[in-house]
Design a protein around this ligand. Structure first.
Ligand SMILES: Cc1cc2nc3c(=O)[nH]c(=O)nc-3n(C[C@H](O)[C@H](O)[C@H](O)COP(=O)(O)OP(=O)(O)OC[C@H]3O[C@@H](n4cnc5c(N)ncnc54)[C@H](O)[C@@H]3O)c2cc1C
Length: 563
């Protein structure tokens, strides 16, 4: 019988709530579900919220009775915030978070590189915001708990899985014993040690790097702004790297590499942790400043992915699908993109708006994203923790040259998580004007935000279905386009016709009119009156026209739904 801990996890800055387990005896006999999501981490919960946005109900199972232990993910990218905005939790993240955009790299005590992440008025969110993962999980959970289409079950652990024709059967263990749950689709969002992945005997491809890092969260008052600090080859840890991040609630993360040969057990001894943190504080000029340990853990870098995410009716997502190194803050940030993609692909199949092969497209696109991230992350990992003498020689040459040579300093640049461009997607239109555009986001690219007014941005209005953004300027929507949109909507396709105009008056024939007084959309998207962009439900671009016409719009939507 599954007995998850009912002891609240210890934490200096977060009061863990222990939730009541969901017990089958207190609920009607379950019928076959449309979607069961195994795992209530960021991947599982965003998938549930995205599905709900498309009107699809799901059951979310969490083996535990509380949110995850320790800060884990703390850095969330702008694209993640845009996705979290879609599922209604960006405001809480912003309220509780520390935004930042600068990073400082030091070599032997000297600052050798200052990274500046781009940020302009069109962006609603900062390049990165620091929020501890427990808070992010709480915000997502609250949104799930408030949604009538999401059935959230604490203390329900999947122990067995069987695939049948058109559905899967799960054995779910609870504090009162097991029950069986059948579902048309199962989302395996059960984390890096995925029991479902093991049960199905699925092998991952990629590399595991040698060398360990310690993460220690300490409570301390340090007078630094929220900027990333990276120290290469410091006196107290020669040849290795140390990262420091400010977290909300007076917490700092100290992340240091261990010398070769040291075991995780040795590294996590209280004395060893204290000695190293004291040494780091001394190095930055804060010797003797009082501090308290909150949480610590050891990790090593892995760049692994399943080669396929969809296995009949089981779909792997988040860490269950891929394991990415911490450098570049990729785990949760990638999980959000997976979830946003999975939500609409699966909803369209379940609602009969697209054939089942659309799920294969989800797998192909997200595996492609993971492979790109793995290539990028591998570069950062090899710089932070050189895996061989050759790599170390190269890294050390960059470090020492950087003291005097400006040109090598950008090689320190820490490649952070960025959204993948689905430039080769089968959903991209073959009959648009993409090739003739002189700028703007191309087919497959993620959206670029546009500020219309002080608190009004383009992405505030997109999502939940396809969005056709048409530059109407001061004219109405041409009749044939309005008719084509109405006819597709009548067939059940979630499609919104959004008109952009420099006039305040509503544009006739549009579902929504956006007032763009300075015509910023036209500038950022390199398009004039009569032109348009078609955004997929995950807001990636799948068609764009210099002059839109009804026939090509209809054809592009058929392609985007694989019909
Ligand atoms: C120290 C550290 C620092 C990190 N920093 C960052 C960062 O700054 N930015 C970033 O983007 N990422 C970071 N990450 C990675 C990030 O934490 C993970 O990528 C992210 O949590 C993955 O989300 P997930 O939902 O896929 O899996 P998880 O968060 O691991 O969630 C898995 C869920 O599945 C449940 N579960 C497991 N087995 C079962 C079962 N059999 N039945 C039912 N439920 C089950 C678990 O209880 C849990 O709810 C960090 C990770 C660590 C460890």
């Amino acid at each position: 019988m599954h007995q998850p801990s009912t002891q609240a996890r210890p934490c200096l800055y977060y009061n863990y709530q222990v939730f009541q387990p969901w017990l089958a005896s207190q609920h009607p006999t379950p019928t076959r579900q449309q979607v069961v999501i195994v795992g209530a981490g960021p991947a599982g919960m965003v998938t549930a919220l995205e599905l709900a946005r498309h009107g699809v109900a799901s059951v979310v199972l969490s083996a535990e009775l509380q949110f995850s232990q320790g800060s884990r993910a703390i850095c969330f990218t702008r694209r993640s915030m845009e996705i979290l905005q879609q599922v209604g939790v960006a405001e809480r993240m912003t309220e509780g978070g520390l935004p930042w955009r600068f990073g400082n790299s030091y070599y032997r005590g000297q600052q050798v590189f200052r990274m500046e992440a781009p940020h302009d008025a069109d962006d609603r969110f900062f390049p990165i915001i620091n929020v501890q993962q427990q808070f992010m999980e709480e915000y997502l959970h609250d949104a799930c708990a408030a949604h009538p289409l999401i059935d959230f079950r604490w203390g329900n652990k999947v122990t067995q899985l069987a695939q049948h024709d058109g559905f899967a059967a799960l054995q779910v263990d609870t504090p009162e014993g097991p029950y069986t749950l059948e579902s048309q689709w199962v989302v395996a969002a059960d984390g890096g040690r995925s029991g479902l992945r093991s049960a199905m005997n699925l092998a991952m491809e990629g590399a595991s790097y040698e060398g360990f890092f310690v993460i220690a969260d300490i409570r301390i008052d340090l007078p630094y702004p929220t900027e990333r600090l990276a120290f290469f080859d410091p006196d107290w840890n020669p040849g290795n790297t140390i990262l420091m991040h400010r977290e909300p609630h007076g917490i700092w993360r100290v992340d240091y590499q261990l010398p070769p040969g040291e075991t995780p057990e040795e590294a996590l001894r209280t004395e060893s942790l204290k000695q190293r943190i004291d040494a780091q504080l001394k190095m930055i000029g804060f010797e003797g400043t009082p501090w308290e340990m909150d949480w610590n853990s050891v990790y090593s870098a892995r760049t692994l992915t399943l080669p396929e995410y969809v296995h009949k009716r089981i779909v792997f997502t988040g860490d269950a699908a891929h394991l990415l190194p911490i450098f570049g803050v990729r785990g949760a940030n990638t999980a959000f993109q997976d979830a946003q993609s999975l939500g609409w692909h699966l909803a369209f199949v379940l609602k009969g708006l697209a054939p089942e092969k659309l799920m294969q497209n989800h797998s192909t696109e997200r595996v492609g994203a993971a492979r790109e991230i793995i290539t990028e992350a591998g570069k950062s990992t090899r710089f932070m923790a050189p895996p061989s003498r050759g790599f170390r020689l190269l890294r050390d040459a960059v470090l020492s040259l950087s003291l005097t040579q400006e040109f090598v300093r950008p090689l320190y640049h820490w490649r952070t998580s960025r959204p993948h461009e689905y430039s080769r997607s089968l959903l991209n239109s073959p009959c648009d004007d993409n090739a003739q555009f002189k700028g703007g986001p191309a087919l497959g690219a993620p959206p670029q935000n546009v500020q219309f007014q002080a608190d009004d941005h383009l992405l505030d209005h997109l999502g939940g279905g396809f969005d056709l953004v048409y530059v109407a300027d001061n004219k109405g929507i041409p009749v044939d386009i309005a008719q084509a949109v109405a006819s597709l909507q009548a067939q059940g396709l979630p499609l919104k016709l959004i008109a952009i105009s420099s006039e305040t008056a509503a544009v006739e024939g549009a579902n929504l009119s956006l007032h763009d007084p300075q015509m910023r959309f036209q500038a950022r998207y390199a398009v004039q009156a009569g032109g348009a962009y078609l955004f997929r439900p995950d807001q990636h671009i799948c068609a764009r026209w210099l002059q839109l016409d009804a026939a090509r719009l209809t054809q592009s939507l058929q392609v985007a739904c694989m019909r």
